[in-house]
Design a protein around this ligand. Structure first.
Ligand SMILES: [Zn+2]
Length: 203
């Protein structure tokens, strides 16, 4: 593989709590590490490195072979995961509670009967009805078809003898960002599942 291709590869970016927030190109990742805004994470050991120590690690590992990026001073393997050392200049990624994102989370599917009648026939339904203090939030709103919405009315699911297909929760940025499988690297998996479990839920 040529050096140009290596620099364009994706690297996973974690915030300083080690939660995945986005991807960057290898070139961008190296730039962040070079100016001290991030450190490279060594897969498996989770040791973190600046460019100098990462260069030592890279030189010691045969497997990187020709993918190593060389400069006069350094010889580094393309970083696959980096962790930011500060928030500055890097917004936290969170999923906005919006109609569009709710439809996306529930996959245009009624969360009671599983029907997919199309967006016009789906409504945003409050699990605990608004009239009884239910909030408009990720945890209290689901998509429901017109028939299920009507049937449930001002009841809770048990009162209406209806069952949610799954508990509604705030989606992880990953499910919304949709990183294509072919773009994903094996070393990312542990961090992506971590992002899923540790995503901040609203109270
Ligand atoms: Zn339904």
């Amino acid at each position: 593989m040529f050096a140009m291709d290596v620099l364009d590869r994706p690297a996973l970016v974690l915030n300083r709590h080690w939660v995945a927030i986005r991807t960057a190109t290898v070139k961008e990742a190296i730039g962040l590490v070079a100016k001290g805004a991030a450190r490279i994470i060594e897969p498996v050991s989770f040791a973190t490195h600046d460019l100098e120590t990462w260069s030592d690690v890279s030189r010691a590992q045969e497997k990187f072979g020709d993918t190593r990026i060389r400069s006069a001073r350094l010889e580094i393997a393309p970083p696959e995961v980096i962790v930011l050392t500060a928030y500055e200049g890097m917004g936290e990624r969170s999923v906005v509670f919006s109609r569009r994102n709710l439809f996306k989370r529930d996959r245009f599917t009624c969360q009671y009967c599983g029907a997919q009648p199309g967006p016009e026939e789906l409504t945003i339904e409050h699990v605990l009805p608004r009239s009884r203090g239910g909030l408009s939030s990720w945890e209290n709103c689901v998509l429901a078809c017109v028939a299920c919405n009507k049937r449930k009315a001002d009841c809770t699911p048990p009162e209406a003898r209806m069952e949610l297909r799954r508990a509604p929760r705030k989606p992880s940025w990953r499910s919304m960002a949709r990183i294509e499988p072919r773009m994903r690297r094996e070393s990312w998996e542990q961090f992506l599942s971590r992002a899923y479990w540790e995503v901040e839920l609203e109270g």
